[in-house]
Design a protein. Structure first.
Length: 359
């Protein structure tokens, strides 16, 4: 039996429970978790914004050590450090054949499987495929990627979501070029990764926007050259900081209609607005036909940073080893499983960066 954070039903609080995992079957891997990041997507699962089969063990950003492998698994062996990939590509669906592996139609197919059982025999699903909010987990082999050399195992957990998303938003979705100006809305874990990635891309002005003034120090440490406290005049404030033009690129990491609209308005004519945040169906964003023509801006969604983990993780790891990307700077709190509900509350209140569950 191992301890895990279980979502018993949609739109209900997490429960810490003992669960029983099966031995890894063919094509599966059992992992002892070292750490798991608390992501806003996990919160979205608990409040019903995103739907998964329940009851489920949540957690999708994690890293750990391989305990055992099932038949046919050859790319990892017991004792290897691995990063969990919550959205593995099938390689054969239409998006995958186009090279858009982040849009794989079968990526979350494993979430419908039975992952484990509670002490009373209740069947549990694996949340977003990997069930990282647990001392141990059993996942499909394509959900594990060896930890790149020189990356601490605990901090490697952040590579599984926050860093891939933030790095990809800048380098793949927005395609930030050296010398461009960037605004990042929301200074949480993904926002901090996005700020660092904008700095690595060579952005000349990097503006962080958040509702909490306490985030300014975190934002500047991550690479922000300016900090704007979110208000009704945010777009105007950003235009003042960019010679009246607006930024070349705005990245929205919040998932709220008002923030998406403000990010759009703070982008220069012909600029790019990338939406990373996951919002609910009730978050309606409206535009009129004339402004779409006049401003010539591009508005795009961004899934998992439009990243290919197998290709991007080695590149990001080199930035980490060279000191250009500081994984530890994303973490503002180390907690246990029992601390996840409080981490969700801090997230709702706009406090801190990434909370990291350390086992």
């Amino acid at each position: 039996m191992v301890r895990a954070a279980v979502l018993p039903a949609a739109d209900s609080p997490l429960e810490i429970a003992d669960i029983e995992l099966p031995a890894p079957g063919p094509g599966q891997v059992r992992i002892r978790l070292a750490a798991a990041g608390v992501c806003h997507s996990d919160l979205s699962l608990t409040n019903g914004t995103m739907k998964v089969p329940v009851p489920a063990v949540l957690g999708h950003e994690g890293a750990g050590t391989v305990i055992s492998v099932g038949e046919g698994v050859t790319h990892v062996t017991p004792g290897d450090g691995v990063i969990l990939n919550w959205a593995p590509s099938c390689g054969s669906c239409h998006p995958c054949t186009l090279g858009e592996v982040w849009l794989c139609t079968d990526a979350l197919k494993g979430a419908a499987n039975i992952h484990a059982r509670t002490a009373d025999g209740t069947e549990l699903h694996p949340g977003l495929n990997v069930a990282a909010f647990a001392e141990e987990t059993v996942v499909a082999a394509n959900c594990v990627i060896p930890v790149p050399e020189g990356i601490p195992l605990t901090e490697a957990a952040l590579l599984g979501c926050a860093v891939l998303t933030g790095y990809g938003a800048i380098h793949h979705s927005a395609k930030v070029r050296e010398g461009e100006t960037v605004a990042v809305y929301g200074v949480g874990g993904v926002g901090l990764a996005t700020l660092q990635s904008a700095r690595i891309a060579g952005a000349s002005t990097i503006i962080a926007v958040d509702v909490s003034p306490e985030k300014e120090e975190l934002a500047r440490a991550a690479g922000a050259t300016e900090f704007v406290l979110a208000s009704e005049t945010t777009a105007k404030d950003i235009r003042k900081l960019t010679g009246g033009q607006g930024v070349d690129v705005a990245v929205e990491c919040v998932g709220r209609a008002v923030t998406i609209r403000t990010a759009w308005e703070s982008t220069r004519r012909g600029g790019r607005t990338t939406v990373v945040g996951i919002g609910g169906k009730d978050q309606q964003v409206t535009f009129n036909a004339l402004e779409l023509f006049h401003w010539g801006r591009t508005l795009v969604g961004c899934v998992y940073g439009n990243s290919n983990p197998e290709a991007d993780l080695p590149v990001i790891a080199e930035h980490v080893r060279a000191g250009r990307f500081d994984l530890s700077a994303l973490v503002t709190e180390h907690i246990g499983l029992d601390g996840i509900p409080a981490a969700f509350e801090n997230m709702i209140a706009g406090k801190g960066g990434r909370a990291l569950v350390v086992f």
